[in-house]
Ligand binder design. Structure first.
Ligand SMILES: [Zn+2]
Length: 227
């Protein structure tokens, strides 16, 4: 049994002066629920206080049906969506549709940082293997090491005896490169073929407008012209 905290209870009792000032403040500030909604919307990326307030007011004033739908969809998604047992991406069942598919090449495993990266690669229709989603990247400065992004799970997945080649498709940021390097060494040491996405000149890109880092990389990673 927790003893009631009498001091805390006493603190909550307001003097007549305080009650008066609180009442005055309430009339000047937004209602509790509106403030709560505005604050909640700020969890979205790139949404500051003003944008959050605009969204909240828009939903209340112009789109209450949309707001109800949003609320139901959020609730349902939070209940149903979890991580795929094999590839760690988001899914509703134990395994995601890609891991369940018999049309994918199980000898190829592509490592990406996020489900969004997986969608981008799928969108190219140029890859027929399976994936592993890190749900992050190594970032020692932020205290994110191999343990934090559960690289042991990737290791277990890659060493299933079927995977032959691991394609590292982490971002070309410092952290993405560091992650690719670490994962590459870890898997190559265990006998797997490890490849990294090539960097290059964008399709339709003119050399004049390509940054020198990308151009230098494209030169280094030049390949034999077939035919
Ligand atoms: Zn999966």
């Amino acid at each position: 049994m927790v003893k009631p905290d009498l001091d805390a209870a006493r603190k909550l009792t307001l003097t007549p002066m305080e009650t008066k000032s609180v009442t005055r403040n309430v009339t000047l500030t937004p209602l509790g629920s509106l403030e709560e909604l505005t604050q909640a919307l700020r969890c979205l990326p790139g949404v500051g206080p003003k944008a959050a307030q605009r969204m909240a007011l828009h939903l209340l004033q112009h789109d209450r049906d949309g707001a109800q739908r949003l609320s139901r969809a959020l609730e349902a998604a939070m209940q149903a969506i979890r991580h795929c047992e094999r590839c760690n991406t988001f899914t509703e069942g134990e395994l995601c549709a890609l891991c369940r598919s018999s049309k994918r090449d199980p000898a190829l495993l592509c490592v990406v940082e996020t489900p969004a990266d997986l969608f981008m690669i799928e969108h190219t229709q140029a890859y027929g293997g399976l994936y592993f989603v890190l749900m992050g990247r190594l970032s020692p400065l932020d205290g994110i090491g191999p343990k934090e992004i559960r690289l042991d799970r990737l290791l277990k997945r890659a060493l299933d005896g079927v995977v032959r080649e691991v394609v590292l498709a982490t971002n070309f940021t410092n952290e993405g490169e560091a992650t690719a390097h670490y994962v590459g060494e870890m898997l190559a040491a265990r006998g797997l073929t490890v490849t990294r996405l090539a960097r290059g000149v964008p399709v339709g890109g003119e050399l004049e407008y390509v940054d020198s880092g990308t151009l230098a990389q494209a030169l280094r990673e030049r390949r034999a012209l077939s035919g």
